[in-house]
Design a protein around this ligand. Sequence first.
Ligand code: NAP
Length: 375
Amino acid sequence: MWGSPIGQIPRGKRQEKGDATMATADSHGMNERKGERFGAHRVLDPRGSLPQPARRIDNSFELSWDNEIEVDVATLNIDAASFRQIEESAGTSPEAICAAVKQIVDTRGKQHNPVTDSGGMLLGTVSRVGSAVRTEVAVGDRVATLASLSLTPLRIDAFADVRRESAQIDVRGKAVIPDGAPFAKIPADFAERLALAVLDVAGAPIQVARRAKPGMAVVILGAGGKSGALCAVEARRQVGASGKVFGLESYAKYASDLRSLGVCDEVIAGDAKDALDVYKKVLAANGGNEVDLAICCVNVEGAELPTILPVKDGGCAYFFSMTTSFGRAALGAEGVGKDVELIIGNGYARDHAAYALELVRREEKLRALFSARYA
Ligand code: NAP
């Protein structure tokens, strides 16, 4: 069931669609309009843009589009960088956080934080399946979106609980999963909130599996957080007993949680924004040597050079963090003469949802930690 994201249809197999025009009947027999293949029929500003880069998209549900799945939304999982920015600018009370999210969604038609440029994902129940969508999913299925909220048409009618530890907000509202966008059914053996938390960062551990090899030395910045802990556990599995895994974390509680997983050769207390200090500490932990792979999983800005600096020439710096600046990473690496491969953390990889959930299933300590924190 989890072999591939259930809702995803390879682009080549989808029906070709032209401009938005009147079309056929949907699963409720209602008149539908024919949606533009990449969701441009939802874009209000600027015209001609696609939903992700758009300033504003249409989040109304008066019309039915043939290439959309509609969802009754139960919970938003706000991207960690966005949630932190909202807390820092608006305040940490539930009312302040909800007001800030409402303002973004009312203005943009999507939860697309204009400061961090990031979104998150959501949990809900399928309420309509457009007639042109080829999917096994049906009305009533519980699903989590795997494409960013920064491109997802979203209307919020009411706010309920805010859970700061997991950056999750319970809401009542409606959203759209565009045809072709990945999503996943919630697996029966996971609590919904736990599944949502894992799926939010599902793109991270599979990238570690692709890059970490036996015997390598790997450092993870922000290693006690959600994606960081998944990456640390996966790195240990990949590098084996001959390799090294180092986790850098500034939050003492999360550093202690990470130690308890027993996957790191050393958990380093440090500030992922302090390039020279990170360089010194990582090399000290690794016997004076630079590492093969560094993974940035922090939710703050300014960790580009601290990620790049400890990596040896020919190694790889992988930026999962949404706070990453292309300029700071590319020009920073150039300035310190580092011939290092710089990878942008694509939130999607084939089978990433199944991979991340299976990792949590297999690793009992990780599952217990995440259940306590996020479920
Ligand atoms: P998270 O659970 O909040 O983890 C971030 C960790 O970094 C936390 O433990 C945090 O500690 C720590 N940290 C913060 N500042 C630090 C510093 N100066 N030095 C060392 N550690 C520091 O976040 P997450 O959900 O794993 O997300 C991590 C990043 O991935 C975010 O930037 C998020 O936007 C991004 N993300 C990317 C994608 C994608 O598709 N590429 C998808 C989802 C998320 P505190 O708890 O004290 O802050």
